[in-house]
Structure formats: structure tokens, C-alpha cells
Design a protein around this ligand. Structure first.
Ligand SMILES: C[S@@+](CC[C@H](N)C(=O)[O-])C[C@H]1O[C@@H](n2cnc3c(N)ncnc32)[C@H](O)[C@@H]1O
Length: 210
């Protein structure tokens, strides 16, 4: 599936859900906010409709949220209630300038990406990890949650007509470490991202920049 096909899937997904999309935060965001001590800001990749970004902003965190879908970013901007939140239309691969601008004057940040690593291909994921390894200040935290290979055959609430790259949990952790991070918490399991009839098998990790 090409980049254009992937982004037009997400454009129609968010365009069709302007009114009905859940605006409440995910289980992962509720987990992460407890871990955000002493960070100067949060960068979210693949923010979708902004459900989690707005939650971080509502709790006072300066926020940069990026998404490759124009419809998703338009939806976020139309809903956003917080001056400390900035929504940027960008692929992760093209985010270097936005990240560098956000990092100016910051000593420690958190990077957050829920259901994002499995939505991009291996090359872009590796480039993003390398970029984070290069740019983030030491001590910064990254939080990832993604579908794992053990989730591939389970039924999906939002169908199977779009790109998903199921990750092998141990390999994902190893690639995060190779990019210059230390894994401080990780788990793979059910019950972490339950949505209606679907209880996805996901990997979660928290890692700290060396
Ligand atoms: C499965 S959704 C997750 C949305 C949100 N994080 C959530 O958990 O509800 C994946 C998101 O990643 C975005 N996305 C896909 N490829 C991207 C890329 N290369 N760069 C940035 N965003 C991308 C999509 O537009 C979509 O909003």
C-alpha cells in the first residue's frame, strides 16, 4: 500500500468521524500521564483525532502533535481547547524541523505514540527511532503502544482494509534500544487497549534516552 493510499484511508476515516469519534483519552494515555514527571513537553506522533493530545494539554503539558492526515489535523485544530497544544500536518519522516523547534529550551521531553508504529512501515519506523535518538535530550522518555504479531488473526472493530504492520515485541524493544534508549518498562498482553468487542494483543514500552 502506497503512502498516498495509506493517508487517504486515514483522511476518510477522520472525515467520516467528525461528530462521532470518541474524544475521551485511551487507556494508554491514562497510564502514561502517571509517568510524566519533570518533562517540559510532550510530542505525539500519529495523534489521530487528538483524543490523547488534548488530554495531555488539558493537564498542562506543552504539546506538539503530528499526523500525516490533513483531515485528522483539521479535526484536532477545530476541537482543540488549549493554547499549549500545537497540531502539525506532517509525516513522521518529515518531522525533523518541527521537533527541533519544539525542543528549543527544553531539558527533558516525552514522546508518545499510540497505535502508530504498526501504522507506518519498517523504514519510516527505523528512521523515526534514529531521529529521536539523535535529537532528544538525555533522560527524555518515549512511550509506544502497538499491535503485535499475536494480534494479527484477531477480529478488528475497524476492519482489515488498511495497512497494519504487526510487530514482534522483542524485536521492537531491541530496535528502540539500538537507537540509543534503555527500556525501563515493557509488557505484551491483552486488556491494555480493549475497545468494545475487541481486546487487541499489544506491546507497550517506556524507554529512556541514554
Ligand atoms: C491507528 S491511528 C492511531 C490514532 C491515535 N494515536 C489513536 O490511538 O487513536 C494511526 C494514525 O497515524 C497516522 N499516520 C499514519 N501514517 C503516518 C505517518 N507516516 N506519519 C504520521 N502520521 C501517520 C494516521 O493518519 C492515523 O491518525
Amino acid at each position: 500500500m502506497s503512502l498516498l493510499e495509506k493517508s487517504s484511508y486515514w483522511d476518510s476515516f477522520y472525515s467520516a468521524r467528525k461528530k462521532g469519534a470518541p474524544a475521551y483519552p485511551s487507556q494508554f494515555a491514562a497510564f502514561v500521564i502517571n509517568e510524566l514527571s519533570e518533562v517540559d513537553g510532550v510530542i505525539e506522533f500519529g495523534c489521530g483525532n487528538g483524543r490523547d493530545s488534548e488530554f495531555f494539554a488539558a493537564n498542562g503539558f506543552e504539546l506538539l502533535a503530528l499526523d500525516a492526515s490533513t483531515e485528522a489535523i483539521a479535526l484536532c485544530r477545530s476541537r482543540s481547547a488549549h493554547a499549549c497544544a500545537r497540531y502539525v500536518h506532517s509525516t513522521a519522516g518529515n518531522a525533523r524541523d518541527a521537533i527541533e523547534g519544539f525542543l528549543e529550551g527544553k531539558r527533558k521531553v516525552a514522546v508518545y505514540a499510540r497505535f502508530f508504529l504498526h501504522a507506518i512501515d519498517e523504514v519510516e519506523a527505523a528512521a523515526l527511532l534514529d531521529l529521536l535518538g539523535l535529537l532528544l535530550p538525555a533522560g527524555s522518555l518515549v512511550f509506544f503502544e502497538y499491535r503485535t504479531v499475536n494480534d494479527a488473526d484477531q477480529d478488528k472493530t475497524f476492519g482489515t482494509d488498511h495497512y497494519r504492520r504487526y510487530l514482534e515485541h522483542a524485536s521492537a524493544l531491541a530496535s528502540i534500544e539500538r537507537a540509543g534508549f534503555r527500556i525501563v518498562y515493557q509488557i505484551e498482553g491483552h486488556g491494555l487497549a480493549k475497545f468494545r468487542d475487541e481486546d487487541a494483543k499489544v506491546g507497550r514500552c517506556v524507554a529512556q534516552k541514554n
